[in-house]
Design a protein around this ligand. Structure first.
Ligand SMILES: C[S@@+](CC[C@H](N)C(=O)[O-])C[C@H]1O[C@@H](n2cnc3c(N)ncnc32)[C@H](O)[C@@H]1O
Length: 283
């Protein structure tokens, strides 16, 4: 998890979460935050940024926005450039930090350099973890500006010259091309959204496209270490569904050997906020 001076969940409730990223307090929507808030109202109002529905019905950052255009937080040696985006994102999903540590731990213990594929790779936390552990990484995301953002994070983290291929492409298309090329990987990491699209508008719908993509990933993993990590934030997916999905598609393991858990973020008051799920297996 991030050190508290870098990131902290302060409170959550009534569909919103109050977080501190570095020195900045931010109030954003959070469907999973169903209970009553615990912190005082003044703390919720003393924010530098609040993302909510505006009077014109559109979602946005409420003025005055006292967040800087960019700032940085760190997780170990990894540095993340943060910025308030039009979608309410900041550039990091804090609940992913334990997955980065898990990836780094497994790849670092390998005798030789591994090959890792990171799909829906966003700003690159998992890419940094794999690269810092000595792996050759292929980082794939559909959005060119997000790939550039990930590259900046790599440079900020002293990994600017690490063996990372930066690819702006549709995940399914890229995987199929790699299969035709006979490429093989030791690890595949996926953090798909519920909906998305490739650079040329290729639609991504997790309920339709995840299983066939995982089946293609099985071929990419053939003969390698077989490390797979899938995170999912889509409501309606049950943990055991994801475990079974991995077992019948790309993990050569009995379902029982696949680790499946809810990613919880602990608040400063010790309360747990469910923030997605992870299923992971291998080496
Ligand atoms: C924001 S991340 C995190 C998703 C997280 N699991 C969630 O549900 O909020 C998802 C990333 O997938 C990328 N993406 C969306 N559709 C894609 C596609 N078809 N191929 C590759 N990347 C895609 C987006 O650009 C984004 O950076």
């Amino acid at each position: 998890m991030f050190l508290s001076e870098q990131y902290q969940l302060i409170d959550f409730g009534q569909g919103r979460k109050l977080e501190r990223f570095g020195e900045y307090l931010v109030d954003r929507p959070c469907p999973a935050a169903e209970r009553q808030r615990r912190a005082s109202a003044p703390l919720w109002t003393a924010v530098a940024g609040r993302y909510e529905t505006q009077s014109d019905g559109r979602d946005g950052w409420t003025a005055p926005l006292r967040l800087p255009p960019t700032w940085t937080i760190r997780h170990g040696t990894f540095a993340f450039e943060l910025r308030p985006t039009p979608f309410g994102h900041l550039g990091v999903f804090p609940e992913q930090a334990e997955n980065w540590d898990w990836i780094a731990g497994r790849l670092r213990s390998q005798p030789a350099a591994c090959k890792a594929l990171n799909l829906f790779a966003y700003t690159g936390g998992a890419t940094l973890a794999a690269a810092a552990a000595g792996a050759h990484v292929v980082h794939v995301d559909a959005a060119r500006n997000v790939v550039a953002w990930a590259r900046r994070n790599a440079a900020l983290s002293g990994l600017g010259d690490a063996p990372i291929r930066w690819i702006s492409e549709d995940a399914r298309l890229f995987v199929r091309r790699e299969l035709r090329r006979g490429a093989r990987y030791d690890a595949v990491i996926l953090d798909p959204p519920s909906y998305g699209h490739g650079p040329k508008g290729q639609a991504w719908k997790i309920e339709h496209h995840l299983e066939p993509l995982l089946a293609d990933c099985r071929e990419l993993l053939r003969g390698g270490l077989g490390l797979v990590l899938l995170t999912c934030h889509t409501p309606g997916f049950a943990l055991d569904d994801l475990r079974q999905l991995l077992a019948r598609t790309c993990v050569q393991e009995r379902p029982g050997r696949i680790e499946a858990k809810v990613l919880n973020i602990q608040s400063s008051a010790g309360q747990s906020l469910p923030s997605g799920m992870v299923v992971r297996a291998g080496c």
